[in-house]
Design a protein around this ligand. Sequence first.
Ligand code: CA
Length: 512
Amino acid sequence: MASRTEELNMWSDSISSEERHRHELLFYSQGPVDGYLLGERARDLFLHSRLPLTVLSQIWNLCDVSNDNVLSVDEFVLAMYLIRKVSEGLAVPRILPKHLVPSPLATCDVPDMSPRERSAYQSVFSKISKDTINALQGRQLLLESQLPQEELSHVWDLSDVNRDGQLDRVEWNVTCHLIRYLKKGHKLEGPVNVFPWIPDRLSSTSYLARKLRVEEYFKRKTQLIAQKEKRKIQIDNEIQRLDLLKKRLALHKELFQCSKKLPGHSISEEEFNLYQEKEKNNIDKVEAIIYRLKKEHERIRQETVRAILSEQGPLQEDGHHVKRDQEELRQRLMTFHTKATKDPDPFHQLYELRRDLRKRSTLSEDEEPAVHFPFVFNPFRPEGAQPCLSGHTIFVSPDPSVLNNNNSHKELPILEDLCHFGDGFLERWSSPDDDTSGIDFDPIFMSLNVPMDNNAWSGLEWVKKDDLDPDIEVIHKKLVDLKAEMQKLNGETGGQLLFLLLLADVTAVVAS
Ligand SMILES: [Ca+2]
């Protein structure tokens, strides 16, 4: 057996930053609960190392420094490192060497990605590539940020989530977001969880993925219900407006008939008929709007029902799992704080479970539960564990054989437009229309004020203003009231609704 000093010498290496970043990524891809990975989840992952349960149990007890049977990101990174070293032939140390004891770093909270940012990042990507950005292009683009190469190397390692040496569409979002964060003068200190920005790369059974799915569903449901309510109010308003327009036309007819009795009345039959046609046309348009609103309301109603019905089953299950995972973790952490002795580790538990099961069934010793790997390689296979193109190889000590063997090397025409990823980047790459998060944005309808000029609302121009006929005075009074009602309605609703495709048409009518 190796002496204590010999053993310490074997473990004198520390964990390289590339390896650390890779294992942090693996940790977050499993969707930890409140920053901790549950024992069973970590265990399922570690079983893929094919180390014996007794060895894994020893490693577990060295790494679970806080003795709570859940792993923090630092404890997880340490466990992965020990597993790699032991797989390569080293014996598990009896005591954890001092330099390997995890010193918990505060995790780095980069703000969430807004829809506008996401769309800007995607615009840039579309200009460069259809599928992936290779290391050479990535190097050119990232250097444009003028950030130190060590930072770019770190950004690359955090964004090339699947470690295939290139950036796909989704990974590019992470790259841009981190670079812009650094450009604002922040530092990437401590582990960074990039998965909330790229939820499709998360283990689908993880707590975080489930939580995101449940949140997404409730957001969608709330949006649909709000939209449905909005359409309902719009229908009521347009019906009211239609009613006012119809009343106005009827009063104008009456006014015309009355004015005919007066000597020298000022409007001809033809003129009135023309006016009447125009008014009827307007009324038809409001009726068409109401019809479309009702159709739209019904469509949203059906969509809401469909969304609720189709998601009910799986989401209820997700919601249930989310609660269970959270509750389980809470319980464990509580037990840990109140209990003096540590629970048996998850590998010990598995050993006992298998022993019991073997009595009754033929459960294989090597059976490994399926787990999600974000990488294109299995992180437990030594031949795959070293990625061909890490951030370090691309930025800090560029490998010429990898980066310069390309004869078609050419400058990317897009570089100047990147604005160094700093101020002006968003303005350059996103159009304000992309930000559909605004509450009042309505892609189908817009509103226009109904003109309130005196002529349209009293018809007094048609008759002589002095010594009004008593009948005409009554009608005039009614028209003034009607105008006040319409003004009130316009004030409350912002005017008449227009179906956007009809816009040019209706504007022409209103303006004429
Ligand atoms: Ca990649």
